[in-house]
Write a protein that binds this ligand. Structure first.
Ligand code: MG
Length: 267
């Protein structure tokens, strides 16, 4: 049993991250915008994604936005190098590199990098709502799903969004898509009715509504929380049996998991 406990980090199991044949790491750890903090990499860079894969995190999250000319790019903020992404062409935006010299990643480049040398890290695709027109966000989601299907990566991704309509559209376009809602204003029963696979709410939402944790579990739904950067919050979510924890500090979460494993009584 001790050997089993010691090997816990290395064991991979088929997780609820995907219904496909890929085996995802069981360490519950979703690197938020990639694993950037320790190595001081740019958030949402291909380097931060590769680092998350090297760490064998269960997932690596990133943000998708659409440029004026319809290119899907990876960036958290609506602005990039002081230009509004939605109102600027990719050619103009890509004149500015990330701080590590990388080109502003397109979704295609990002997905290619995320499927190379990766047998365990799920790609957690956040489709950002549009600032300009709600339909633009839904259009970005449509193009995102189409590209993922074209690249045959459906089994490697889950979709998250603050925009409920975006998630509903994704489910409409791909009946097997795994989706998690971010805003925190829907009950588990509402998510279930709308075919959303799970909740990815701010940790404070679960603290305020602890009954939602039981309700999500009772409905067989995915439990994920963002953005969890303290040992105290990590320990609490682990004690509540969360499936995933989204964090800027994957290494800290690995430590907390190890701690939990060593504390668990050996039968
Ligand atoms: Mg995000």
């Amino acid at each position: 049993m001790k050997v089993l406990v010691g090997l816990a980090f290395l064991i991979t199991v088929l997780s609820s991250c995907s219904p496909g044949p890929i085996t995802f790491a069981s360490n519950k750890t979703i690197a938020h915008r990639g694993a950037w903090k320790t190595a001081d990499l740019p958030q949402n860079s291909i380097a931060s994604l590769k680092r998350a894969i090297e760490l064998k995190a269960a997932g690596s999250e990133f943000d998708v936005r659409m440029t004026k000319d319809g290119e899907l790019v990876i960036n958290h903020d609506p602005l990039y190098a002081e230009d509004t992404i939605e109102l600027t062409t990719y050619a103009e935006l890509s004149k500015h590199t990330l701080k590590n010299g990388e080109k502003l990643p397109t979704l295609k480049d990002y997905l290619k990098a995320g499927s190379r040398n990766n047998n365990q890290t799920c790609l957690v695709v956040e489709v950002k709502p549009s600032l300009v027109d709600k339909n633009q966000g839904v259009w970005a989601a449509t193009k995102t799903v189409a590209l993922i299907k074209e690249m045959k990566l459906q089994a490697r991704v889950v979709y998250i969004s603050f925009d409920y309509e975006i998630l509903k559209e994704i489910r409409h376009l791909d009946a097997f898509a795994v989706t998690q809602y971010l805003t925190g204003d829907k009950t588990p029963a509402e998510l279930k009715v709308d075919g959303v696979s799970g909740a990815d709410y701010h940790v404070s939402v679960y603290r305020k509504n602890p009954e939602w944790i039981t309700q999500l579990k009772d409905n067989g739904m995915i439990l994920n929380a963002w953005t969890v950067n303290t040992a105290e919050d990590m320990d609490w979510l682990l004690s509540q049996g969360f499936d995933f924890i989204t964090t800027d500090q994957p290494e800290l979460l690995f430590e907390r998991l190890k701690q939990l494993m060593t504390k668990r009584p050996v039968k």
